[in-house]
Design a protein around this ligand. Structure first.
Ligand code: IPM
Ligand code: MN
Length: 377
């Protein structure tokens, strides 16, 4: 427990990032009322728009703060035309850069359909996609795989002849993310919606790829430490079908980096769309939390986008800080936030445009803040 309060470095970033972050700050403000604040937020500049204006991806103070803070929150990065000289998106330092630089090896993306939220598979609820059937966590490896900077081009006389991306799977990288996923499965009280079993599904392509075979071997080895968690396996192609057809079968899922990137966007459809998808990028010493949806330049400045992904990112941050510092206050605040969000969503009266409604970003924030204030502590 940190009496003086937790330092949180916030990077609102590009496009709609600042709009959703403002609502996240509103929610933290409501949670912190009535006593000394358990956290201090400091905003820093960074991202593609900042790069166009300043020639830097983030301000140097922000870079240092990200390392020294107790937790980092990023809104979104990416802006049309904002590219680094090598062609990478300007602002990558805040997302890919922090994952690498702070060794945030587990990308934890919970996928839960709250009552009152419409999944995005079709316009109506179905048996399969009812809220009680969608409650899983995908853990994506976050520091290697196809994202390892072992790539390049062979150019001859200004023509690209060959482009190569190398997929790197290491013992250390596989083992730690798999163990992290087993720990989540062990601690999650509910298990899979289908049968309540604690289950970890290893998603890979081990029928073809050597790295995946190694990943699965590592999974089997680590699994011996977790006899209380059922082992489950899925080839990634088949998994995409099962996830959509039978989401209730899944409890916790672990995957390599690129496969995890793809399947988490698919899973977001089951939880109402990217407007609800939050991720925690977690290492042993640091963590960064973000809504996964990106900067959505088309909607920037319109006060229209869905801020719930940011609320769930904040909730995840409070739980991580609470666990790490054995601070029951923060865990209680995370529960309060979740109850308030569930209540507002369940009422069906605060739907932003992506849910077919007209509620604005700031109104959605006001509603959740009001529900926090009205709710029991
Ligand atoms: C994500 C995003 C990032 C990724 C992009 C913005 C580099 O798609 O967080 O899933 O590929 O990891
Ligand atoms: Mn992605």
């Amino acid at each position: 427990m940190r009496e003086a309060g937790y330092e949180i470095a916030v990077f609102p970033g590009d496009g709609t990032g600042p709009e959703v972050i403002r609502e996240g700050e509103k929610i933290l403000g409501a949670l912190g009322e009535g006593g000394p604040s358990p956290w201090h937020l400091t905003n820093y500049r960074g991202g593609g728009q900042y790069y166009l204006a300043s020639g830097r991806e983030w301000d140097p103070e922000g870079e240092a703060a990200a390392r020294s803070a107790d937790a980092v929150v990023v809104g979104a990065v990416g802006w049309p035309g904002a590219l680094l000289p090598n062609g990478d998106i300007a602002g990558r330092a805040l997302v890919l850069g922090l994952r690498e630089g702070l060794d945030l090896y587990a990308n934890v993306r919970p996928c839960r359909l709250y009552p009152g939220v419409r999944h995005r598979v079709s316009g109506t609820y179905s048996e399969v996609w009812s809220p009680r059937n969608v409650d899983l966590v995908i853990v994506r490896e976050n520091t290697e795989g196809l994202y390892t900077p072992a790539r390049g081009r062979l150019r001859r006389a200004d023509e690209t002849e060959v482009a190569i991306d190398t997929r790197v799977i290491t013992r250390k990288g596989a083992e730690r993310v798999i163990r992290y996923a087993f720990e989540i499965a062990r601690r999650r009280s509910t298990g899979a919606p289908e049968d309540g079993h604690k289950r970890l599904t290893c998603v890979d392509k081990s029928n073809v790829l050597e790295g995946c075979r190694f990943f699965r071997e590592t999974f089997d080895r680590v699994a011996q430490e977790y006899p209380d968690v059922e082992r489950d396996y899925a080839y990634v192609d088949a998994f995409t079908q099962w996830l959509v057809r039978n989401p209730e079968r899944f409890d916790v899922v672990v995957a390599t980096n690129m496969m995890g990137d793809i399947i988490t966007d698919l899973a977001a459809v089951l939880q109402g769309g990217m407007g609800f998808a939050a991720g925690g990028n977690i290492g042993n010493e640091h963590a960064m939390f973000e809504p996964v949806h990106g900067s959505a330049p088309k909607y920037a400045g319109k006060n229209q986008v869905n801020p719930f992904a940011t609320f769930f990112a904040v909730e995840q941050m409070l739980r991580w800080l609470g666990d790490r510092h054995q601070d029951a206050r923060l865990l209680a605040q995370a529960d309060r936030l979740d109850r308030a969000a569930a209540e507002v969503l369940g009422s069906g009266t605060a739907r932003t445009y992506d849910q077919g409604g007209t509620t604005t970003t700031s109104e959605a924030g006001d509603r959740v803040a009001a529900a926090i204030r009205a709710g029991a502590r």
